[in-house]
Design a protein around this ligand. Sequence first.
Ligand SMILES: [Zn+2]
Length: 373
Amino acid sequence: MRFADIPGLSDIKTNLVRSVHENKIPHAQLLAGRDGSVNLPLALAYTTFLHCQNRQADDACGTCAACSKSLKYIHPDTHFVFPYSNVDNDKDEERLKAELLKSWRQFLTEQPFGKIEDWTAFHGSEDKQVLISREESREIIRSLALKPFESRFKVMLIWQPEYMHPAAANGILKILEEPSSFTIFLLVSNADERLLPTIVSRTQRVTVPLLPDDEVKTFLAPRVDAGRLPGLVQLAEGNLNRGLQLIDREDNPTTEKFTQWMRACFKRDAIQLLTLADDFHAADKMDQRNMLTVALTMMRESLVHLSEAPLLRVQGNDLKFVQDFSKVLNVPKIEKATHLLNEAYFHLERNGSAKMIFLDLSLQLSGLLKASR
Ligand SMILES: [Zn+2]
């Protein structure tokens, strides 16, 4: 991964690059971002840049011996620490490590924008608890005792440090307190509020925001039909990983389903709402999330339509729906509906029962649509 492979965020890239050119590299940095932010790709690109033997003004050269190893994630001075579970209960520590690393490198190559759930699915541990174990931190300490092999630096990239076992966290803390001159820690977190404050305080924080729509659009454009692009960008909501995953899906039937759902809510058609709740429950996480995202977008568009501002982003059938939908809505209703949808989204993310969430939401929306004001 090089900086050029990551869209947008030029300020962050500039700062990272400058720290190297000016030889003011913090010994520990925390790249913090929400799910879907490109903090891992940035850490990977930064690592490539640090090891590069022929650094350019704003990126690694991509062709030197160090780069060719970094781009395959096999540079001997890059250490990866990441949560995992011993899926096959392999007692042979060495073999387990080798297999894991192989799997990890493949994951980074295929899904560099992936998140923890993608990794566990990739590695076959989606139903198991993953963590960074105490043994892992011992191993970090051991490997840090050695000088770098080929580079000036040793990079310790800890992905999702929030999954550290407390004993591992304490081990890491000790090293952060007494850093060696050549070791650079990159903590890449998607939930930094779960990290020990003592760890956070020893790192320099780099906040990585989600990407703006236009960056997502530029990135996805060469990968998808022009007709699908606006819908995908809307559903991706700044999350490149989600955008990429959506490409592989069939044409998205979500809007149609949403229309059907709202009609059933309006008619208070209990049987259909139950059927829809079952469908919703049976859908995978991404489709469930998409449905709520589409609903939120439609609410926003209806609000825009009601205020008669020429800012509508929807077109075609969606536009017709928004026009009709706006007739049964008013501003307070839309605000209430938006609140309900956000709440449902929140519960869904926390693994509440999809069926119950959907049904409860449907009944509340139903009441809202029917209410006289
Ligand atoms: Zn290079």
